[in-house]
Design a protein around this ligand. Structure first.
Ligand SMILES: C[S@@+](CC[C@H](N)C(=O)[O-])C[C@H]1O[C@@H](n2cnc3c(N)ncnc32)[C@H](O)[C@@H]1O
Length: 374
């Protein structure tokens, strides 16, 4: 089935794993192997304090308009390196947990329905949403209980956590590996870790203690990969000029439990299908944010119902960032808004959407503000 998703899958650059297994997706065409469809993963809370982390993480630096400080997002080459180094799960356990092995994804299944839905990549609408949030008056983005649905890299959450220490931000993603390898390291990078740019200006003794010094092959590999990824990103209009240089942060083993404890005081992480969240979240949110999650017609109703069940009444606000149309899979802004209009919650209340941002790019992107209809 042709599955048009408006981006390439080059972020999962597997060329160094198998040159012959070249990914054949084009800019507007991403393949989905329906043969691999599986039952939905039930939602559960992920224990942040048990997250396995490497001794250092490498990051890209993002400068997003209106956001005062740079945001750091973990470099994909670094994730692949960690995955290659720690083959911790036996096959049976991996099968049971529906773990997707990034290193084994083949060219015919860029997405694995119900297992891996694109969360390793940072999608461009998450930049739009972060930029939009940063323009809001301070009181609208401070002291809030926030939920990010289908978070992946979680840029909006990173901004909200960084912006105001009184914000509590819960994150949810379908895929446990996305939470473990991407979302939580990103949260650490933007909250409790000391990040330094990997530039020549770094003091020599400081540089000597970095992961790079300890693993020179990794340095070379990552440099090549980062260059390729940056090129790909520019081609796709994903992060492009916003990436200025790389950065890294150390995670001394003895400090990791404390760091994880600290982030767990402001964040809960959930894994699995969002429809299971209302039953376990045990709270309502002032704000819900979600980016590039309305691409699939199949998942729209459960997303609308999840928002209805978790958004505070009467004045909770939800921001949905998305491409206007996702060709081939039936998702997009119009079907999402139609469903909002048609769907009442158990009290008979409805949500309503208003467009608050529209890009002037060829592939249109929007940010919708969704509130309770008064
Ligand atoms: C296209 S990615 C977008 C990631 C991120 N929000 C961004 O904009 O960079 C879609 C994300 O939604 C998550 N997702 C899709 N369907 C989901 C579902 N039913 N329940 C929970 N998460 C879901 C996927 O795991 C994936 O991380």
């Amino acid at each position: 089935m042709a599955f048009k998703f408006n981006f390439t899958s080059d972020d999962l650059d597997l060329e160094e794993i198998d040159q012959s297994n070249e990914l054949n997706s084009t800019l507007n065409d991403l393949s989905l192997d329906e043969q691999q469809a599986v039952d939905k993963t039930p939602c559960y809370e992920y224990d942040i304090t048990t997250c396995t982390l490497p001794s250092a993480v490498q990051a890209d630096i993002l400068h997003i308009p209106n956001v005062n400080q740079p945001l750091y997002k973990r470099a994909l080459g670094d994730v692949k390196y960690q995955m290659a180094m720690q083959d911790t799960l036996g096959n049976e356990e991996a099968e049971e947990k529906k773990v997707v092995n990034m290193l084994d994804l083949n060219s015919n299944s860029d997405l694995v329905r119900g297992v891996y839905e694109g969360g390793f990549k940072t999608w461009e609408c998450s930049l739009d949403l972060t930029e939009y949030l940063a323009k809001l008056p301070k009181e609208q983005i401070s002291n809030k209980r926030v939920l990010e649905l289908g978070c992946g890299s979680a840029l909006p959450s990173l901004f909200l956590l960084q912006h105001d220490s009184s914000n509590h931000v819960d994150v949810l993603d379908y895929n446990e590996q996305v939470i473990q390898y991407i979302t939580l390291p990103n949260i650490l990078l933007n909250t409790v870790l000391q990040v330094h740019a990997s530039t020549d200006e770094q003091p020599e003794d400081e540089e000597a203690s970095t992961e790079k010094e300890k693993a020179p092959e990794k340095e070379k590999e990552n440099e090549d990969e980062d260059e390729e990824n940056d090129e790909d990103d520019e081609k796709d209009g994903i992060i492009g000029e916003n990436v200025t240089c790389d950065a890294e942060a150390e995670l001394p083993t003895e400090h990791v439990p404390d760091m994880l404890q600290r982030i767990s005081q402001r964040t809960r992480a959930f894994v699995g299908d969002w429809s299971g969240l209302p039953a376990i979240a045990n709270c309502k949110y002032d704000m819900i944010v979600t980016s590039e999650t309305i691409y699939s017609q199949d998942a729209l109703l459960s997303l609308v119902q999840t928002i209805q069940k978790t958004l505070k009444k009467p004045d909770g606000v939800c921001y949905v960032a998305a491409k206007t149309v996702y060709f081939g899979v039936g998702g997009g802004v119009l079907p999402f808004c139609n469903l909002l209009q048609e769907t009442k919650d158990e009290d008979g209340d409805k949500l309503v959407a208003e467009r608050v941002f529209e890009s002037d790019s060829t592939v249109k992107r929007e940010v919708l503000k969704v509130i309770w209809l008064q």
